[in-house]
Design a binder for this molecule. Sequence first.
Ligand SMILES: C[S@@+](CC[C@H](N)C(=O)[O-])C[C@H]1O[C@@H](n2cnc3c(N)ncnc32)[C@H](O)[C@@H]1O
Length: 274
Amino acid sequence: MAGSYSKAMDEIYGHKLAEIGDKIPSRHFGYYPPEQPEVSIPEAQERYIRHITRHIKKGSYILDLGCAFGETAVWLVENLDCRVLGIDIVNAQIEQAKAFAKKKGLEGRLEYQTLDACKMDFPENTFDYIVSLGVLVHVPEKDKVFKNAFKSLKTGGGIAFSDPIMGEKCSWIAKQIATQITFNVSYMKKVSEYKTLMQEVGFENIETEDVTEISWIKTWELSKKEKYNTVLEPFKYENYFWAKPAFLNMAWIFAKPCLKKRSWGWYFFWAEKK
Ligand SMILES: C[S@@+](CC[C@H](N)C(=O)[O-])C[C@H]1O[C@@H](n2cnc3c(N)ncnc32)[C@H](O)[C@@H]1O
């Protein structure tokens, strides 16, 4: 199982960008809360990171779990003056992240390791915070991840993550679509299941935010208008059959009603180690 899982991750994420520009293309949705002004998709993607990391204090030491090319890690260094350790199960991503850190002259502030989060074993009181954006949905043994995450955090620290979630009721069609985006639909958890997993290892003050409408749906509707250019940017150099505007248009016809009904959705989570 572990072998086929890491192989699947390699197949999905084991590519490198053909060229490293000055900015890594973002895989995040934008964040469009009604009370904030409408901005471009790239600005809203940056706002997404800013919002989810809002509890993080400047100058902290952070674990970026499932860091990929290092977009979030670099953002934390440049904007919050943090030091970051990024881990990812896919070695090609880590190599790319290291090359990008070198290009930006950030090697002293950023470290990267190829590591499966299910096998992480960081000592007690290592990190001030942990961030993990769009990763845990892929991970089979989430209990192990939360256990070591809690142990490795300092008291007063916390974990911030964002992920697709399974709704309380999920139709057959929604499960089929979810399987395509999550590799194994049984890894997709309900919000209540995430809360239980976190509480069981000791996390407190758990906050959740349903951003299905104001991140996923909104970004997708805006992307449609620009032929999905922004959301396809990180996939520009890959040959995924689905990374084409025509396919995404068709998938959206089925996906949007599932999201509207919350057969699945997208959530932000925050939890503290008191
Ligand atoms: C959707 S990407 C998100 C990447 C990045 N966090 C971001 O926000 O752009 C999911 C990432 O999780 C990584 N991943 C999946 N399972 C993992 C595991 N068990 N341990 C560490 N990384 C994992 C994948 O290799 C991939 O880079």
